[in-house]
Design a binder for this molecule. Structure first.
Ligand SMILES: [Zn+2]
Length: 331
């Protein structure tokens, strides 16, 4: 299946999408001509708070609402930042397929001949022009990064991209329950933005990363935000997943399919206030445990020993009130 050709058509359609015309169906647009289209946010009503970049590095035409992003204003519908397809899906209240269909229709760029349904397309292949990290010197930046971040065991399974869109990024293949789902292209130096890139055809909302030492019989897991966070649990012999930068409702069904029973919430420390949003979805199905993650840390920065110590302090929560009580006690 030629995912790249589909991507090219979709990117072209996003590029040509008439933001202003579409947005006027929902709200007042204030600046229709600039590099950023400003409008009243149709979610929170904030005056001129919504900006949509005509061109953004990720090629997704980023939509950002400063007010929704502050937290508490997005009505639980979004966090204030979304690529164009996700933003179209949000306002149109439709599924992915319908969102992409609309983008192609309004752009007047036809879809590639085969189905644009991401679920039918298969996972995106690893990029061309990759070197196996295992073949490189220990002094190579990408190798050093993984070793310094408690993930030396990934060196044998990861790659360095040397050209194209992912140039000088470490390519971390993604698996879910042993099945390949795509990859994360991770920055290797501090000025590279964004820190993480995923192939366009990979819908991370509907995927989870399961760590390489996954044990299917173990029904407990650490719920983390990223691959390196999840892999930090490698030496502890504990199951861990990465939920790709924030837990989403769609990921509940994956956990149910894996017959998980206990979730240990190890989101980044600065995401403490987002935990209730996730708990709303998980409380009915799992035993949920919270840990006192320091505000400026994440599992990877704490390292395996730090994570182990937090796991021992985990507390069962059975309602959002319990989260409030722990906020009083821990934050
Ligand atoms: Zn808003």
């Amino acid at each position: 299946m030629n995912t790249e050709a589909r991507d090219a058509k979709t990117r072209e359609a996003i590029e040509a999408f008439p933001i202003v015309r579409w947005l006027r169906g929902y709200t007042t647009v204030h600046n229709a001509m600039g590099k950023v289209v400003y409008a009243d946010c149709p979610i929170c009503g904030g005056k001129r708070k919504l900006g949509i970049y005509r061109q953004s590095k990720s090629g997704t035409k980023l939509a950002v609402c400063g007010r929704c992003k502050d937290g508490g204003h997005g009505q639980g519908r979004w966090d204030g930042v979304a690529g164009l397809p996700a933003f179209v899906k949000l306002l149109e209240q439709c599924d992915w397929r319908a969102a992409f269909k609309l983008i192609h229709e309004l752009s007047e760029i036809p879809e590639a001949a085969w189905s644009p349904d991401r679920n039918n397309a298969g996972p995106p292949p690893l990029p061309d022009n990759c070197l196996a990290l295992g073949d490189l010197l220990n002094s190579e930046r990408g190798v050093r990064m993984l070793r310094e971040r408690h993930c030396g065991h990934l060196v044998a399974h990861s790659f360095l991209s040397i050209g194209g869109k992912y140039h000088e990024r470490v390519i971390l293949p993604c698996y879910q329950n042993g099945v390949y789902t795509g990859f994360e292209a991770k920055a290797t130096w501090s000025t590279q933005e964004p820190k993480s890139l995923f192939p366009f055809a990979m819908d991370t909302r509907e995927l989870l990363y399961t760590a390489r030492n996954w044990v299917a019989e173990d029904k407990r897991l650490a719920l983390t935000e990223s691959i390196l966070d999840a892999e930090t649990f490698h030496t502890l012999g504990k199951n861990a997943v990465g939920c790709y930068a924030g837990f989403k409702a769609e990921q509940v069904s994956i956990l149910l399919d894996m017959e998980i029973e206990e979730l240990y919430w190890f989101l980044d420390g600065d995401a403490w206030d987002l935990i209730p949003k996730g708990l709303r979805h998980t409380l009915p199905f799992f035993e949920n445990y919270l840990v006192p993650m320091p505000a400026t840390e994440d599992p990877n920065s704490l390292g395996p020993e730090g994570c182990d110590a937090l796991w021992d302090q985990a507390r069962l929560v059975t309602s959002l009130v319990d989260h409030m009580a722990l906020t009083e006690e821990w934050r």
